[in-house]
Write a protein that binds this ligand. Structure first.
Ligand code: ADP
Length: 486
């Protein structure tokens, strides 16, 4: 089956969050199951730089709003990702100083509707035979950046009187919707009646996410719990009604962990290798981390870590408020993250006040994320909401017990450890109430278990043997693709 993945970022070339990890890992996993997979990406600099053996596809003539970009479509190979790719070469749109979605001051680019409209439009062109050598039967679009693909496919199907390709749309985070002024709809070349409540209009605005939710044949999100949560007002971000209407076509498929990138037995970024049956290397990773961070080199102090975007979603102000109590119990704390300026400053101040026991690094650093996760004892993910979450999965795999809030994918992947239940299925620490007290309750359970090293090891080894793998996820996606392929 020919499958086109459409997304704005891909690991290891361009990553702002978990979306890139998924975009990088899903194609090889589908290929291993016999899928004929290609990806379609905007021509951001790191992607163009990696593209090998590029050939130009037939001339693109996009709708009026996007014509000024004068895009060329290239087909080639991305060695860093091990996948065949179509890349939209439109320097005017994609080669900018700043990030992929916003400038250096975090202001979204004003022409984002056109920049990402072009991505969805091009996907539909490929589905209609733009490349005579390869035509997808299924187009799988990820997040709002690619969400117009299902709309263009529906328009093409209506024009031709028959489906052109099946469509699957995956929500990686419902909070980022691609919401724009209505006037941007006009030049996108979509049928006028698509801009309606039963379509991509949202309280008078243009909503890319809603286009994906409304027009795709199937909708998925990245965990079963989140699939349920987003159908209710609290987490529906205003789109819960649309999602409830489509409940029969909506499902949750958990993300996996890319074993080639995150595996303590082979990880080239960490100080020592280890696995469930041989844990000595983990102690060496912890010591190396304490030394790297200038923390007291104390093997007995439980080391808690965070690797995260610093946003409201991630619940890190709870950690900030719980930090004095955490330290009073003899723990150490290390954080890697960037985002909210207030949180950055507050965590830096905490590190300045207790340099022996708190270390904070602001920024984005892939290698250091591996050091932290391998060298810590506990990874904290106290999110307010969490579609899937990847760092708790990395924690499980590295024997770094996740301490998580019971929400979304966190609830689906971590089983709580009460001291009475360590013999059953416990793999970490789970709290429910989104409060400092709730978090500290779980911290206390972590401390209690940590003081019983034999029991800690039982839970740690069980955590490391959990299999959240891409093979399983890819098999679920393939089953969906078979349902929608014309
Ligand atoms: P989200 O996509 O909401 O940011 P996820 O847990 O799904 O959260 O994915 C986050 C990904 O980004 C993980 O791979 C994590 O290791 C990585 N990450 C987050 N912040 C940083 C950082 N400051 N440096 C390096 N990697 C980071």
């Amino acid at each position: 089956m020919q499958i086109l993945q459409v997304c704005a970022e891909i690991f290891p070339l361009l990553k702002t969050g978990g979306l890139a990890d998924v975009a990088g890992a899903l194609p090889p996993a589908l290929q291993a199951l016999g899928g004929d997979v290609r990806v379609l990406l905007p021509g951001f600099a790191p992607i163009l730089d990696d593209l090998q053996d590029a050939v130009e596809m037939p001339h693109l003539t996009p709708p009026s709003a996007m014509a000024g970009a004068q895009p060329r479509l290239l087909r080639g190979h991305l060695p860093a990702c091990g996948v065949e790719a179509y890349v939209i070469d439109a320097p005017h749109y994609y080669l900018r100083t700043g990030g992929p979605y916003a400038d250096a001051d975090h202001h979204p680019y004003p022409d984002n509707p056109q920049r990402f409209g072009l991505l969805g439009w091009t996907a539909a062109e490929l589905a209609q035979g733009l490349d005579p050598a390869w035509q997808p039967q299924v187009v799988h679009a990820h997040d709002w950046h690619a969400a117009l693909a299902p709309a263009y496919l529906r328009a093409a199907a209506q024009g031709q009187g028959k489906p052109v390709a099946g469509s699957v749309y995956t929500v990686h985070n419902l909070a980022y919707q691609g919401l724009f002024n209505a006037h941007h709809f006009a030049g996108l070349g979509l049928p006028a009646h698509f801009f309606a409540m039963h379509g991509m209009e949202f309280h008078g605005q243009l909503n890319f996410m809603k286009a994906g939710l409304y027009f795709a044949d199937r909708i998925t999100t990245v965990s079963p719990s989140y699939a349920g949560e987003i159908q209710a007002p609290e987490q529906g971000c205003g789109l819960d009604g649309v999602l409830r209407e489509r409940t029969g076509q909506l499902s949750g498929i958990l993300n996996g962990v890319d074993d080639a990138v995150w595996n303590p037995a082979t990880d080239r970024l960490i100080s020592a290798h280890y696995q469930a049956g041989r844990l000595a290397g983990k102690a060496r990773c912890k010591l190396a981390l304490q030394q790297e961070l200038g923390l007291a080199a104390d093997a007995r102090a439980p080391l808690f870590c965070v690797v995260s975007r610093l946003t409201e979603q991630k619940g890190l102000h709870l950690v900030l408020h719980a930090l004095p109590a955490l330290l009073a119990r003899g723990a150490q704390f290390a954080l890697l993250g960037s985002g909210d300026a207030g949180l950055e400053a507050a965590f830096k101040a905490a590190a300045g006040a207790s340099p022996d026991s708190v270390a904070v690094r602001i920024g984005y650093d892939e290698a250091f994320a591996h050091h932290l996760i391998a060298g810590s004892d506990v990874i904290l993910v106290p999110s307010r909401f969490e579609p899937c979450g990847l760092t708790q999965l990395y924690g499980l795999k590295y024997g770094t017990l996740p301490l998580v809030r019971k929400v979304g994918g966190l609830a689906d992947t971590v089983k709580d450890c009460q001291l009475e239940t360590i013999d059953s299925d416990a793999t970490g620490f789970v709290f429910d109430a989104f409060s400092v007290e709730g978090l500290l309750g779980a911290v206390d359970r972590a401390h209690a278990l940590y003081r019983r090293p034999a029991d800690w090891k039982i839970v740690q080894q069980r955590a490391m043997r959990q299999a959240f793998d891409w093979h399983t996820a890819a098999a679920h996606y393939l089953a969906l693709y078979r349902q929608v392929a014309p």
